[in-house]
Write a protein that binds this ligand. Sequence first.
Ligand code: KG4
Ligand code: ZN
Length: 346
Amino acid sequence: MLLAFETSCDETSAAVVHQGRVLSNVVSSQIALHAEYGGIVPELAAREHLRNLMPVTRAALHEAAVAADRIEAVAATQGPGLPSALMVGLKAAEAMAFVLQRPFFGIHHHEAHLYSPWISGSPPVADFSGFQPNISLIVSGGHTMLVYVEAELKHRLLGSTVDDAAGECFDKVGKLLGLAYPAGPEIDRLAEQGNPKAFDFPRPMMNDPHDDFSFSGLKTSVRYFLRDHPSLLDQRKTVQDLCASVQAAIVDVLVVKTTRAARRMRVNCVTASGGVTCNRALRNQLAAACEKNGLTLRLAEKSLCTDNAAMIGILAERKSNAAWGPTPLNADVQPGWDLGCSAEQP
Ligand code: KG4
Ligand code: ZN
């Protein structure tokens, strides 16, 4: 029985997992709080985590019908993320591990994302029986990366964004279109009625041979386009076309680069997670591209795409089962923790 915390950004989450089963996964989102400012305010996020962590943890224990003294290990996101936000979950987990005299596992947030597509069902269960080497796309508001997952707990970062993340691009373009933060879900909805070929926006780095991404040029080109054609914002139909066209540009880049990395690395499987993986066009086009290329696709379930403690707990449990040593209780947060290569198994 393992209790996990996730407080790296704007979701306060606590989960109880046991032998691959997610007994509870309580997530309190701060979206409404930060929407007022058009983006995440780190200090507010940390204070909100402080306020929410105990009620969220109580709810997670209650939902799992587990008393705190039955917890056998504690885990928390150690990085990367907002320093003051990470600190709340990490220090709470360390204190709990200290009091209960249980091992503590500091988990890399993106490493946890790598395995979230293998958790599914209701209640959710992690099933690695069909695991195969894969290319994993992690795509959120803060990150866009391609990772080669060679084996369980063994990975290598292939490429990441050199400027804006894909979700950030959705959000910034949404702001230009007058949409509320975070704009990704609204662009997804508006794009459904729009023509993705109405406007031709750039697909940065799509045909470059490396695995890095860049989305700030796309955002800038939308800005200049709207400066020159402001009347496009007056009609719902043209706003829908703009949403569909920008979404098509982002999705094309993600799909082309992901499938190309899979072919190059000679894997038969692609996985995807992170908030932007909720995007329906991305889910559909990745599915179509994978089918065309003979690749198996595992998309994280929508409820597990965004940040959650279940994925932190599942990875911590697997590490514990694989005899990875616990993290010292005086470990500090690692806000800029590089995903890089996984450490060798002990
Ligand atoms: O993983 P996440 O909850 O938080 C981090 O950034 O870590 O991802 C949030 C991002 C936001 O940029 C949001 O606009 C985007 O995911 N997003 C979407 C959709 N749902 C969330 N982007 C496009 N389409 C969606 N349906
Ligand atoms: Zn995340």
